[in-house]
Ligand binder design. Structure first.
Ligand SMILES: Cc1ncc(COP(=O)(O)O)c(C=O)c1O
Length: 395
């Protein structure tokens, strides 16, 4: 049985480079006006508060979203007014501008899955209307727009580290406006949660890259650890949950994550993600696999390969059976969104899955992933959505 390919990057000694000085790190790790948190949602909560947003304040917000980012804002009592996202993940600047009224306090933008949004235009739009721009870079660490890093355009911006680098968790708030006060430093953290999740990344690495010996070693380490954890009844607060837990609002990024993030080779990570994406797209050319975006624009650092399928969850089960942890992207129709108003968003919710392309995948892994995708496309019950290949858009 070939090794399990997890959904997220793994942590091995090869993932680590050298300790870098603060100024040598990429944005936002090199920025001065930042706060580090356990999760990106905490960063957003504190960022919105720092802007003075709260009960009844209107934010123009993308209808396509995970729910993890809307939750802190809804928790604070903000009113979200939604703009459409097309099925090719593009947004309509005219529609967004038409939604801004004198009651609007902020405009929220998500750079979807590593693809930069038209952030320079959105910045100008926010300035024209005298409203804040909140830039969500949770899915697009290391991305750029022109000669500027993503996350440097918003009045505040938020990042989520564990999506792109092998850390337990980690959220960052960048406060880019000097007249906005930085929130107080978060103080609490759970060393156990951080250790547990970091070790999981290391064990995934052993299995993915270590052959039979790696898998055997993983089992050898995991077995006694599981027994200890069961007996001690320790609980892990895990970022995989989409919930917003107000009791975690003040949790800090832990010491292991802080140690790790100074030691990754970010240039290589961005490069490898782009190369793996392009390599997979090349392998899938002239097949029936419906890749949502074949072109990788300059400045994009992809989080995964977005693929459209007919039946999302049965398809994912088939991938799991093939030892590949594909994920159904944001497969929830949010109750706070009116059904029928955003058909393209509903299309994405029903059909988009994420296929791993992260930095430590090698050519043989990509070959296996491509073969699984091609195999899938040949099964009528899993046949990809026919119109998806060209990523056509509804008006
Ligand atoms: C677009 C977006 N923003 C923010 C977040 C929040 O990140 P975290 O899981 O670190 O709280 C997520 C998490 O999935 C997300 O998808």
């Amino acid at each position: 049985m070939p090794p399990w390919i997890p959904s997220y990057q793994t942590l091995g000694t090869r993932s680590l480079w050298k300790r870098q000085s603060h100024s040598a790190l990429p944005f936002p790790l090199c920025a001065e006006r930042t706060r580090q948190y356990y999760l990106g949602r905490n960063a957003l909560y504190h960022g919105a508060k720092a802007l003075g947003l709260g009960q009844g304040d209107e934010i123009v917000f993308p209808a396509y979203h995970s729910g993890t980012e809307s939750a802190p804002l809804l928790h604070m009592g903000c009113r979200l007014k939604y703009y459409g996202v097309r099925r090719d993940l593009e947004i309509d600047l005219g529609e967004i501008e038409s939604l801004i009224t004198p009651a609007t306090k902020a405009l929220y933008v998500i750079h979807f899955f590593g693809f930069p949004a038209p952030i320079a235009e959105l910045r100008k739009m926010a300035d024209r209307h005298g409203i804040y721009l909140i830039e969500d870079v949770a899915l697009s660490l290391l991305g750029r727009a022109g000669d500027r890093p993503l996350g440097s355009w918003g009045d505040v911006s938020i990042f989520c580290l564990y999506k792109s680098v092998p850390t337990a968790a980690g959220g960052i708030l960048a406060v880019n406006r000097n007249d906005v006060e930085l929130p107080p430093l978060p103080i609490r953290s759970s060393f156990y949660s951080e250790l547990n999740l970091t070790v999981k990344h290391a064990l995934n690495h052993l299995e993915l890259h270590g052959g039979r010996a790696g898998l055997a070693l993983r089992r050898l380490i995991e077995w006694p650890c599981r027994a200890v954890v069961r007996r001690s009844k320790l609980a892990v607060d895990c970022p995989d949950s989409l919930d917003f837990d107000p009791s975690l609002i003040d949790w800090n990024m832990g010491p292991i994550t802080r140690w790790l993030i100074r030691r990754f080779d970010y240039r290589r990570i961005a490069l490898r993600r782009r190369e793996n994406y392009q390599s997979l797209v090349r392998r899938l050319a002239d097949t029936d696999v419906a890749v949502l975006r074949e072109e990788l624009p300059e400045g994009a650092v992809p989080l995964f390969l977005p693929v459209l399928v007919k039946d999302k969850f049965p398809t994912i089960e088939r991938f799991h059976a093939a030892g590949i942890d594909a994920i159904g992207v944001w497969g929830i129709h949010h109750p706070h969104l009116p059904r029928g108003e955003f058909p393209d968003v509903e299309f994405l919710v029903d059909h988009l899955i994420e296929i791993p392309i992260y930095q430590d995948l090698t050519e043989p892994h990509l070959e296996r992933i491509a073969a699984a995708l091609v195999d899938l496309a040949s099964w009528p019950e899993y046949k990809q959505v026919p119109e998806a290949r060209t990523a056509s858009c509804t008006a």
